[in-house]
Design a protein around this ligand. Structure first.
Ligand code: B12
Ligand code: SF4
Ligand code: SF4
Length: 234
């Protein structure tokens, strides 16, 4: 029986991951070949939107000491092999253009913060990996819902950061990473550290998809740790 998108999505969900759309790539999309001489004909994205991924990760691993990236690799690599696919990750280097791919796979759009916004999940979603298949799977029509930011004249996300880390007109390129990291590393940053980025929380979209404090704190600690490691706090 040929593989279908429903088969792949079912396996992802069983592993605690949320299917995040799929598309049939072109060479300019830069999707690595699943096997030598066999170009990727389908890319299936996966990640988190809603509580499923955090529930699966925190049940399988101790979030106080274990890395989400390690769990993602351990879950996705065998799953990819079972479909003859290549597993790709947002954290692998050189960085793969996951956000460009997301725009082709789902109704995802760049927000003024750089993070992508989705009509259902707002800013509260992410990517844990993708499966590149040499087979061309039949896909549903693209979801062409518009960017929520176009109907948001006040743009509260841009004036809520206590250190003004995001500038109007930004596309992520104007995100002042050192200012953000220094704030998070100070007592005044306790609110962002415990509940997640205040600018992200100001967005009215996808409120029900907001990360719970346990997950929000986990991501913020991982972010601050990585900033310490790359010298952003020096
Ligand atoms: C490098 C990186 C960062 C860097 C630098 C960003 C920069 N200014 O360049 C730093 C470390 C600062 C960063 C921070 C964060 N990031 Co980041 N980051 C990445 C990473 C690994 C690579 C981006 C890249 O260079 N891609 C290569 C280019 C060629 O791909 P692209 O798709 O064409 O590039 C797009 C992005 O670079 C985007 N972009 C540009 N600048 C920025 C800045 C920010 C903050 C973001 C989120 C995106 C963004 O615009 C490009 C055009 O579409 C991606 C994963 C990935 N592989 O894409 C995650 C990713 C973009 N980050 C993500 C997130 C969630 C964050 C954080 C919110 C982490 C957190 N706390 O949870 C923080 C923001 C801190 C905060 N205030 O909360 C998510 C975004 C999910 C979404 N909803 O869109 C991604 C996709 C990772 C994931 N696993 O889902 N990030
Ligand atoms: S607050 Fe408005 S402009 Fe900012 S991300 Fe949310 S919908 Fe977009
Ligand atoms: S985490 Fe806090 S300091 Fe950093 S950008 Fe978001 S609101 Fe600003």
């Amino acid at each position: 029986m040929p593989v279908t998108l429903a088969d792949v999505n079912e396996a992802l969900q069983a592993a605690g991951l949320t299917p995040r759309g799929a598309f049939n790539p072109r060479p300019e999309d830069g999707v690595p070949e699943p096997a030598a001489g066999r170009p990727a004909m389908t890319l299936v994205l996966t990640g988190n939107a809603g509580p499923a991924m955090w529930a699966a990760f925190s049940a399988a691993r101790d979030p106080a000491v274990e890395l989400l990236d390690d769990w993602s690799r351990d879950v996705l690599e065998p799953l990819a092999r079972s479909f003859g696919a290549l597993a790709l990750f947002p954290f692998q280097k050189p960085h793969l253009p996951f956000q460009r791919w997301a725009q082709k796979a789902e109704a995802c759009h760049a927000s003024p913060l750089g993070m992508f916004i989705h009509p259902d999940h707002g800013l509260w979603h992410g990517y844990r990996g993708a499966l590149a298949l040499a087979e061309r799977l039949a896909l549903p029509p693209a979801d062409s819902r518009p960017r929520p930011c176009d109907e948001c004249p006040d743009r509260p996300c841009l004036n809520t950061c206590p250190v003004g880390a995001f500038r109007a007109g930004g596309d992520g390129a104007s995100y002042d990473v050192p200012a953000c990291a220094r704030h998070l590393d100070s007592p005044a940053g306790a609110d962002c550290m415990a509940l997640g980025c205040r600018a992200r929380r100001a967005c009215p979209e996808g409120r029900t998809a907001r990360y719970q404090p346990e997950q929000a704190g986990f991501h913020m600690r991982a972010f601050l740790k990585s900033r310490r490691a790359d010298g952003s706090l020096d």
